[in-house]
Design a binder for this molecule. Structure first.
Ligand code: TXA
Ligand code: MG
Length: 320
């Protein structure tokens, strides 16, 4: 089993040492737990794919402690500068042209000439990134195709011995992965909805395209409009359910009289931010042996509800 350590100066130092020497460290961010490795070390990055059992070399997000470190690996235009100044640190990943001499392994970018960068809004994460002193490639710390981890126990259950160190920092506050915005072309494109809303971005840099999609956790290329199956629990997921069928666990949202063992409420108050924070833990908790499926009631498709519904549709998509 991986060593699990708490949030202390010694833990940060240990994490930095392991990362610099090519090891794998799982650490919390405000969105989900990441599985980090030195992005300049191809062998270390290869271990991420091995640990997650990712079937293909899907590009990874590079995490940095500050904007200066981001500018060493990516080329910022005015749009990127405005967004970074306003929304970083925060759950926003920018796809930018890769800087010359960035030192980033081709395995991180899957050979593309763009790189995904993000500065997490999480003190412990940024302390570890600073201590490491190298850019850190970090996908979500889950086995490929499974639900992203929002608590340290999810990481040890899913990846266990494949990780050298898990730095435990409690449950993550946002609960779903960062918004991904592609700024590599003339027109900005939203690739994955998240807690930074499209409207927040548009108010700063003008209209963005909404049609894009990221490669997803499995890294399978997708045809337009096709949803890759990922974020998936083992049990089948049924959306917009009115009620649970026999054998199903019910996930609900908002004031709901149904309570008890087979019911998980994402937010009794009807608060979408709280629902996002609880989503992946609810899917993991609902994925009980002996149950035949997970029924989810309708979630309002507005604000961060758009990102919640994006992840739910992927969880419910047909599996290959
Ligand atoms: O909140 C998050 O973003 C979390 C935490 C750990 O920071 N990380 C995360 O990473 O969700 P991951 O690997 O699970 O998702 C990264 C997504 C993938 O869908 C990948 O296709 C996309 O980012 N991506 C990475 N680099 C890209 C690039 N150069 N061009 C287009 N998409 C890229
Ligand atoms: Mg992921």
């Amino acid at each position: 089993m991986a060593t699990v350590t708490g949030n202390s100066a010694a833990a940060v130092q240990k994490a930095g040492e392991i990362l610099r020497s090519g090891g794998l460290v799982s650490f919390p961010t405000e969105t989900v737990y990441g599985l980090g490795a030195d992005a300049t070390n191809g062998r270390a990055v290869a271990r991420i794919f091995e640990a997650k059992k990712r079937p293909s070399f899907n590009p990874l997000i590079v995490h940095v402690p500050d904007e200066k470190a981001a500018r060493q690996i990516a080329i910022f235009d005015e749009r990127a500068s405005i967004l970074a100044a306003t929304l970083w640190p925060g759950p926003l990943t920018l796809i930018l042209p890769k800087a010359q001499n960035s030192g980033i392994s081709d395995l991180v970018t899957a050979g593309l000439d763009t790189v995904a960068v993000r500065m997490p809004d999480h003190d412990l994460a940024r302390a570890i990134l600073k201590e490491a002193g190298v850019p850190i490639a970090a996908p979500s710390a889950n086995p490929s195709g499974r639900v992203s981890p929002t608590a340290p126990g999810h990481v040890s259950d899913g990846l266990g011995a494949a990780v050298d160190l898990i730095v435990a920092g409690g449950r993550t506050s946002v609960g779903i992965e960062s918004t991904i915005l592609d700024l590599s072309g003339p027109r900005p494109r939203l690739l994955r909805p998240g807690a930074v809303l499209a409207a927040d971005i548009e108010s700063l840099i003008g209209p963005i395209d909404h049609g894009g999609s990221d490669a997803g956790d499995e890294g399978r290329p997708t045809a337009p409009g096709q949803l890759p199956s990922h974020y998936a629990p083992h049990a089948p997921v049924r959306l917009n359910a009115q009620s649970a069928r026999p054998g199903e666990i019910l996930i609900t949202f908002g004031p709901d009289l149904r309570k008890g063992d087979g019911v998980i409420n994402l937010s009794e108050k009807g608060d979408l931010l709280e629902a996002a924070a609880n989503l992946f833990a609810a899917l993991i908790a609902a994925d009980r042996p002996g149950m035949s499926g997970i029924a989810v009631t309708e979630i309002p498709d507005q604000g961060i509800g758009l990102a919640i519904n994006d992840r739910l549709r992927r969880a419910a998509a047909p599996r290959s």
